[in-house]
Write a protein that binds this ligand. Structure first.
Ligand SMILES: Nc1nc2c(c(=O)[nH]1)N[C@H]1C(S)=C(S)[C@@H](COP(=O)(O)O)O[C@H]1N2
Ligand SMILES: [Mo]
Length: 338
């Protein structure tokens, strides 16, 4: 299905592609139902990134097959200089995943042994078709897509990561939400034997880690469930076997290692909101004008960086996805709904 998008975004594929590859390649745009302003979706995984130095994963055959059949298309970040894809080592070595400890390198050191195969989830709440479902069956009707997104942590660092996954909207539609469903609530696995951070007496978080989205945010075409990155399956420290990715919100919304997706009537209380409601809200939209009470959100440290090349860049409203998502919040006071 080749559909021309009405208003091509200012973000061009050539911005992140070596010119030779860009010129020699067939280009195509892919339209998506329900897409308002121009979302630039365009072709070729190969041209946008080279994954030859990424360590091969160990995906089960069904997942390997889905990955190989992925749409080679990407949401192209907009700045040719700054929005370079982070090296795999940074994306898989500098993480937040408190189930494995609070240090940035703890997840990479400790998550390796998490058993993700087989994996199943519960889809429940305000749905006609709920129940426990094997991960393979949850995703099998959907085609995997590559999405290159900025990830902006509330701690003011960021990376550009190429995810592989499926639109969350497709999973929600298949569950047939009832007319009462207004929000989606997500839960991470609780397994203290495998997750040392859940055994810690000093842990801040009441487990499970919980996140939530308004139904229209969950149905937005930019919102995906990721099962892979860099052309392979997710490393455990990045939330294997599946995690949420909501690119216009602070990273803490993108909950990892999901075991439950519930359609609900009431706005869920997410983990960070529960811990520190003055500092973290439900919406958590990236917003350079609304500072964290303890630090500015006007700029961010784009990884990889170093002491000598701090790589500080301006933070963009909605993390640079305003054309796509601003209309979701029309009329809302974003200082109040932080
Ligand atoms: N279950 C769970 N999900 C989580 C977290 C966590 O601690 N536990 N950390 C969040 C935060 S703060 C960020 S910035 C992102 C980091 O994703 P990455 O490690 O893949 O870059 O995961 C989010 N998802
Ligand atoms: Mo974060």
């Amino acid at each position: 299905m080749l559909i021309k998008i009405a208003k091509p975004s200012a973000l061009r594929e050539s911005d992140v592609t070596p010119e030779s590859a860009y010129l020699s390649r067939r280009r195509f745009m892919v339209g998506m139902a329900g897409l308002g302003a121009g979302l630039a979706l365009s072709g070729s995984l190969k041209a946008s990134a080279d994954y030859s130095d990424v360590p091969a994963g160990d995906a089960p055959p069904w997942l390997q097959e889905k990955i190989s059949a992925s749409h080679r298309r990407a949401v192209v970040p907009h700045d040719p200089e700054k929005d370079r894809i982070a090296p795999f080592g940074d994306a898989s070595g500098y993480n937040n995943f408190y189930e494995f400890g609070t240090g940035k390198s703890a997840p990479a050191r400790r998550a390796g042994s998490l058993d993700t195969e087989p994996w199943s989830l519960v889809v429940d709440g305000e749905v006609n078709k709920g129940g426990r479902i094997a991960l393979e069956d949850l995703v099998s009707p959907s085609r995997f897509e590559e999405r290159i997104y900025r990830l902006r942590c509330v701690e003011a660092w960021s990376m550009v990561i190429p995810w592989l996954g499926i639109p969350l909207a497709e999973v929600i539609k298949r569950a047939e939400p009832t007319s009462k469903a207004r929000y989606v609530r997500f839960e991470t696995l609780v397994d203290p034997e495998q997750m040392p951070g859940q055994r810690s007496a000093f842990s801040l978080i009441p487990w499970p880690y919980v996140e939530g989205l308004r139904l229209d945010e969950a149905m937005h075409p930019l919102t995906i469930l990721a099962l892979g990155m860099y052309g392979r399956e997710l490393p455990n420290q990045n939330g294997a076997p599946l995690r949420l990715v909501v690119p216009w919100k602070y990273g803490f919304k993108s909950i990892k290692s999901i075991v439950r997706i519930s359609l609900v009537e009431q706005q869920p209380v997410n983990s960070w909101q529960r811990i520190a409601p003055d500092e973290y809200g439900f919406y958590a939209n990236v917003n350079p004008q609304v500072d964290h009470p303890r630090w500015s959100q006007a700029t961010e440290r784009r990884l990889p960086n170093s002491l000598f090349r701090p790589n500080t860049i301006d933070t963009l409203m909605f993390n640079g996805y305003a054309d796509e998502v601003a209309e979701l919040y029309a009329g809302m006071d974003l200082r109040k709904h932080y």
